[in-house]
Design a protein around this ligand. Structure first.
Ligand SMILES: Nc1ncnc2c1ncn2[C@@H]1O[C@H](COP(=O)(O)OP(=O)(O)OP(=O)(O)O)[C@@H](O)[C@H]1O
Ligand SMILES: [Mg+2]
Length: 246
């Protein structure tokens, strides 16, 4: 022993998120059959797959919202046994597919609930939320339940972002959004990436994923069947047909 503490060294070299042989499912059906994936600091990764391929199940298992077997490591440390709010506090943010707002609270109150006061200077502030989504600022004092579905989706995203995650898992954010809002969303995601946030973007629409992400994962049969660059995925028509139905 040389007396130095190996823990900080391990945390510095470990990927932000690493998953090994993750298995999960529901009563009577296994959905995740052994998923391996890595997300590095600041990396934007797309998680693609058909309807029902298990992407949301993976997101929930990562957050600890759903039971799973296998390894989930955050900066090299196991997340096993931690409740979702503790996982979030470590810096793993999650924006679920369903809008997750408090309908009786105002837009502003919803956002304030996302703040993590103990975190250092946040990379994404309330002001950033207003700038990116002016419709939210215009309705700052309106009950969130009265917003349109798309606005509620953006509110859910911004509430997670003001918590200053290091990696944010965003589950099908473009679903049901008007084209104009999809453009804003794409800009928002690109902006986050530019600020050093890592992204795991679950998508069905290739176009959005490919404009925002540098690496693509494809889920099929409960495992990752492709891991490569957007360019490599574009060249694999067989794979897109088989696993994405495109
Ligand atoms: N609460 C649940 N109980 C039982 N089965 C579920 C539940 N949620 C999902 N499933 C099943 O698990 C499988 C994977 O679903 P999941 O929602 O993870 O897929 P997905 O890739 O997110 O697809 P999409 O969002 O397009 O529906 C599907 O067969 C689905 O029917
Ligand atoms: Mg889903």
């Amino acid at each position: 022993m040389n007396g130095t503490d190996p823990e900080p060294v391990r945390a510095a070299v470990a990927p932000l998120l690493e998953v090994r042989d993750l298995r999960s499912g529901y009563a009577g059906s296994t959905v995740l059959q052994g998923v391996d994936l890595v997300v590095q600091r600041g990396e934007a990764v797309a998680l693609l797959g058909r309807n029902g391929s298990g992407r949301s199940t993976l997101a929930r298992a990562l957050m600890g919202l759903q039971e799973s077997q296998g390894e989930r490591l955050w900066r090299g440390e196991s997340l096993r046994g931690l409740p979702p709010h503790r996982v979030a506090r470590l810096g793993l943010g999650y924006v679920p597919e369903s809008r997750d707002i408090f309908p009786g609270l105002t837009v502003r109150q919803n956002l304030l609930l996302g703040l993590q006061p103990q975190r250092r200077t946040p990379r994404w502030t309330l002001q950033d939320s207003w700038r990116m989504f002016p419709a939210l600022q215009a309705r700052e004092h309106t009950a969130a339940g009265r917003l349109s579905g798309g606005e509620q989706q953006m509110l859910t995203l911004c509430r997670t972002l003001v918590g200053d995650p290091d990696l944010v898992i965003v589950d099908e954010p473009a679903e049901g959004l008007a084209p104009q809002l999809v453009d804003r969303l794409a800009r928002c995601l690109a902006d986050l990436h530019a600020r050093g946030l890592a992204l795991l973007l679950i998508e069905q629409k290739l176009a959005l994923a490919l404009t925002v992400c540098q690496r693509c994962l494809v889920m099929g049969r409960g495992t990752i069947v492709f891991n490569g660059s957007p360019r490599a995925l574009r060249e694999r028509e067989d794979l897109r047909q088989e696993w994405l139905g495109l």
